[in-house]
Design a protein around this ligand. Sequence first.
Ligand code: ADP
Length: 305
Amino acid sequence: RVVVVGSLNVDSTSYVEAFPAPGQTILSHGFRVALGGKGSNQAVAAHVVGASVELVARIGTDAAGDFALATLERFGLSTGAVGREADAPTGVAQITVADSGENTIIVTGGANLALTPAAAEADSGRIASAAVVLTQGELPVATIQRVAELAADAGVRFVLNLAPPAPVDAATLRFADPLVVNEHEARAVGLGTDAAGASLDAWRELAASAVARTARSIVVTLGSAGAVAASADGSWTAAAPRVDAVDTTGAGDGFTGALAAFLAEGRPLDEALRFAVAAGALAVQSRGTVDSYAPRHAVLSSAGL
Ligand code: ADP
């Protein structure tokens, strides 16, 4: 089982010709509501590729919360660990996309902020029974650190997607197995500062040289190039297939969810890396976030596993 302790947001996106000025009211030419938040995205991604998943998250008692639960249920995810807070709104991202391609985003953490260290402790039984515990940089730092400690106490593998970069302590980073970061986040944790435009192989070497002092293992995602991984057992590259990318939103979450799912099956990191790269490449080929994640058989065959 994969236990995801993470953020859950509902994204509301308006598509406009140009951004409104202060005080101005304009009409949009499109609107979409979809599940977002790295925790819920990665939980869906792991579930879609076949993992048994428990999502520990907090939502409000509002309509956005109802929508989030309905979406998780539509995918067949268990919602038993998604708690509802009476006095906080469900986390939302209000996104405006202009025809220029630029966007503005307002995130309200809302009920996600109730996912405190104490709340994680209340779910320590779930954490202790997991094969993999997965969390992300969107949670409060103290909660990430407490989740790492609970996983360590129970001898459970801890996967940390440090997105966005959060100032977690060195002990938490060192316990991550793997620490999953994209190129920008890698720089934020002191990896590859002068590696702009570096090759997969150069990133593999950077990860390999950082791994012992930084984390138990490291995975760096590199967009259309693919991803690299390093652990005490070795270091690997996985090139992404050349695909027609129509929407890269949520690709990183699809990657991380698939990676955690494969690791929870006891697969080695190099195979999980190939599996996750294939999942990410499939996700960019269709629109949406959670709706763009491909099922297990498609990912396996694309990865040649
Ligand atoms: P993030 O979205 O978190 O910044 P990346 O851009 O590194 O993450 O993408 C994560 C993964 O998604 C990559 O490792 C790759 O597997 C896949 N991916 C992303 N963009 C593309 C693309 N244009 N073509 C193929 N695969 C892609």
